[in-house]
Design a protein. Structure first.
Length: 133
């Protein structure tokens, strides 16, 4: 999946329990964009508009009171419209990311595994820290 073949890539990785997870997703988006792809972050996908999640009480640990199931359902709809998936390090320990990758593989979407080195420079750039070489 090189820049010669631009793709819409869904970014999949751990969110729950990961400090600064937004920074990881933002850096991956910058990295993939610089490679010529159009990344889609689950952090930017809206859930149900009226907090009417259909799976029980709202879980306050998630944005705007949505439940994990509600967020994942909306994420999977968007993932299935993408050309492939790019995973963040640690995706294997994330229940949601494992489901996203499994779904992608089940429908024949390619998976690209990003390493910390792939986007470390962009994390530092976003944080305003000069990269160390």
């Amino acid at each position: 999946m090189s820049a010669a073949t631009p793709m819409v890539l869904y970014v999949s990785g751990p969110i729950t329990g990961v400090p600064n997870n937004q920074l990881n997703f933002d850096a991956a988006v910058v990295c993939l964009t610089k490679r010529g792809h159009k990344p889609v972050s689950p952090k930017d996908i809206p859930a149900c508009a009226d907090l009417s999640c259909e799976d029980g009480p709202h879980n306050p640990r998630y944005p705007n009171g949505h439940t994990w199931n509600c967020l994942l359902r909306h994420d999977l709809v968007v993932l299935l419209q993408c050309d492939g998936v790019a995973t963040l390090p640690g995706w294997q320990q994330s229940r949601g990311a494992v489901l996203e990758v499994t779904t992608a593989l089940s429908v024949g979407l390619p998976i690209q595994h990003l390493t910390t080195q792939d986007f470390a420079h962009y994390r530092q750039e976003i944080q305003g820290v000069a990269p160390q070489y």
